[in-house]
Design a protein around this ligand. Structure first.
Ligand code: SF4
Length: 386
């Protein structure tokens, strides 16, 4: 195995992988389906291929079965708490980009607690801290304070902020940092450069190595993903799966989740999807990851429409956000005036819970505890299924 995933990535040609995916046949897809749950990277290519699109019903059925066996009829609920929309980067798909003339806001400790109070009122016990990338203003010491402030009120505090150093993660884990989400956006180096023309985020390799720093620091869970729409999705997801496999082999005690954000409209100027990802494509992507890895947690945010989210619950998704505000202070203010992107599903958390119940699912308002029975399954669920 290569020393870093960056060097592993360099062994592969994007174009050749794309050609191999295109060349997969119905027979390859059927073989991959017969190996659901123990699929390899060749199988994954078949599952995300155009040929795989003709087997969507079979993939969805297998994905649902595997997910029910592994996770039960349970959806973990989480909600983002936006700490700051300050950002020194230019990402041409994001409302927080430094060149966008929007009011900037960073929450004080008092304001963080006020947001937390509203979020707790919804029933959440798991909060995801989100911010733009403004290292000097919203850096490690700010995050340490935010985690320490919130930990007494939430069982799980996770984070989706700029990539940090290993030592920073080592300091935050004892304070209660549970999981870190760090999406590579795209694994296509040239397109990455194109969409990130300015700021620290321009450094593709530093971002790519974040998951390895997290693994070495001993984080409980790492969240990976691509921003779907920046590059050709089938090939991008192959490299995401390759990244996942690399990390799973090296940091096997860590849990992993995959998110499927599609580009959304946002405040300000920028670029919108260059590579369309349809609802059917997204279903295929979700199912392909489930058939690759039964242990994987699969997340879907409020970027997606109510109709799609209702449907996706039964496909293999294991966690969902609801009632999200994508601006700092959004929960107290009750409106998203400084939002990062437009959300599509604006239903209240209680409404999502009713939808889940009507579909035979139970909403769980926190992540699985790290102190489970070792199987990763909540203890009571393991006993029920014994
Ligand atoms: S995606 Fe993140 S880093 Fe890029 S502009 Fe938005 S907040 Fe800043």
């Amino acid at each position: 195995m290569a020393d870093t995933f960056s060097s592993e990535l360099d062994r592969w040609s994007w174009d050749q992988v794309g050609e191999r995916i295109e060349a997969k046949t119905a027979g390859d897809v059927e073989q991959a389906l017969s190996r659901a749950g123990v699929a390899d990277m060749e199988d994954f290519m078949a599952l995300v291929s155009p040929a795989g699109a003709s087997y969507l019903e079979d993939m969805a059925h297998a994905s649902r079965e595997i997910t029910l066996r592994r996770f039960g009829n349970v959806i973990q609920m989480f909600v983002p708490l936006y700490l700051s929309n300050e950002c020194t980067n230019v990402c041409d798909y994001c409302g927080f980009s430094v060149t966008n003339q929007i009011p900037r806001k960073t929450l004080t400790t008092k304001e963080i607690l006020a947001e937390a109070e509203v979020i707790k009122g919804y029933g959440y016990d798991h909060v995801l801290l989100v911010s733009g990338e403004a290292q000097s203003l919203v850096g490690p010491s700010y995050f340490r304070n935010a985690i320490s402030t919130l930990k007494p009120y939430f069982s799980n505090v996770s984070m989706e902020v700029q990539p940090l150093e290993e030592e920073h993660y080592e300091e935050m884990i004892p304070l209660g940092l549970h999981a870190v989400l760090v999406y590579q956006e795209t694994y296509h180096r040239d397109l990455y450069r194109l969409h990130h023309p300015k700021g620290r985020k321009r450094n593709f390799d530093y971002r790519l190595a974040t998951a390895e720093r997290l693994g070495r620091a001993g984080i409980n869970k790492i969240g990976l993903g691509c921003l779907l729409g920046l590059a050709e999705w089938r090939t991008d997801l192959f490299f995401l799966a390759l990244h996942l496999r690399y990390l799973e082999k090296r940091f096997w005690r860590t849990r992993y989740s995959i998110s499927f954000p599609r580009l959304r409209p946002f405040e300000g100027e920028g670029t919108l999807p260059l590579h369309e990802v349809s609802d059917r494509d997204l279903v295929q992507a979700i199912c392909a990851f489930r058939l690759l890895d039964p242990e994987l947690e699969l997340a879907l945010s409020t970027r997606e429409s109510p109709r799609f989210r209702n449907h996706a619950t039964r496909l293999g998704i294991t966690s969902m956000s609801a009632g999200s505000k994508t601006s700092p202070g959004g929960y107290v203010n009750g409106e998203d005036v400084l939002e990062q992107f437009e959300i599509d599903d604006s239903r209240e958390p209680a409404e999502i819970e009713r939808m889940l119940n009507a579909s035979g699912y139970e909403a769980v308002w926190k992540d699985w505890d790290p102190s489970f029975d070792g199987s990763g399954m909540p203890l009571e669920k393991s006993l029920v299924s014994c």
